[in-house]
Write a protein that binds this ligand. Structure first.
Ligand SMILES: [Fe+2]
Ligand SMILES: [Fe+2]
Length: 227
């Protein structure tokens, strides 16, 4: 539970841009949905399932172009997209989007897929950091949703069958249980994407900061001598 509300403190300009972008979108979502958590989940999950697929496809294409191993990233990213799509398939059983929301979903997908692809091509690390911050917000939003369900302000209901099957939940599970497992998924995506951004950070360190093999061996020898 301690890991639930982890926050990555911005360490450079790329992080700050990613966080500002996330907070801006959060503000729009908060203004539009207010306390309509079911509708919020449906609309935002249609967006949340995009980055994994875009990042997976672009990493796949780069692996082909550069004839380079992907270090298992493609599978992780495509699984993230699939998991987010299952969140959507679940919440569509809970809240039916209005005509306006359906229209927003179409426009948002068009804009977001172009925007995220461009960000990914320009700065892969920023793109992963953005998803890390999106997921921090998702954890926060699902906690708010859960609180509404626990206090009875939103009526709990039996978990949709698709959710029981997908997460292997007990048959008597309710929406509260579903929100909890979805929130755990979001926390997982948050950690994966923040760590992807961190890995890229270490790869793009200025040459002066990266030690050569000879320097590393010398360091090890000095350490040995000192002990
Ligand atoms: Fe999600
Ligand atoms: Fe997510």
């Amino acid at each position: 539970m301690n890991n639930l509300y982890k926050h990555h403190k911005p360490k450079n300009r790329s992080d700050s841009i990613a966080l500002a972008f996330t907070k801006f979108l959060r503000f729009i979502a908060d203004t539009f949905f207010r306390k309509k958590y079911g509708h919020r989940a449906v609309v935002l999950e249609t967006v949340a399932a995009v980055p994994g697929m875009v990042a997976g496809m672009l990493t796949h294409l780069r692996s082909l172009r550069k004839m380079e191993d992907d270090r298992g990233w493609i599978k992780v990213l495509l699984e993230e997209a699939e998991n987010e799509r299952m969140h959507l398939m679940t919440f569509i059983q809970v809240a039916k989007p209005t005509s306006l929301e359906r229209f927003i979903i179409i426009i948002a997908q068009f804009i977001f897929i172009i925007m995220y692809s461009l960000i990914y091509l320009i700065s892969q690390r920023t793109a992963h950091r953005i998803v890390g911050y999106f997921e921090e917000e998702a954890v926060f939003s699902y906690s708010e949703y859960l609180k509404e369900l626990e206090t009875g302000r939103i009526k709990d209901q039996p978990a949709p069958k698709i959710a029981i099957d997908y997460w292997n939940l007990p048959l008597h599970s309710t929406l509260k249980d579903v929100v909890r497992v979805v929130r755990d998924d979001e926390a997982g995506h948050r950690d994966v994407n923040h760590s992807f951004a961190d890995v890229i950070d270490t790869k793009v360190k200025p040459k002066s900061e990266i030690k050569t093999d000879k320097e590393q061996i010398k360091d090890a020898q000095t350490l040995k001598e000192n002990n």
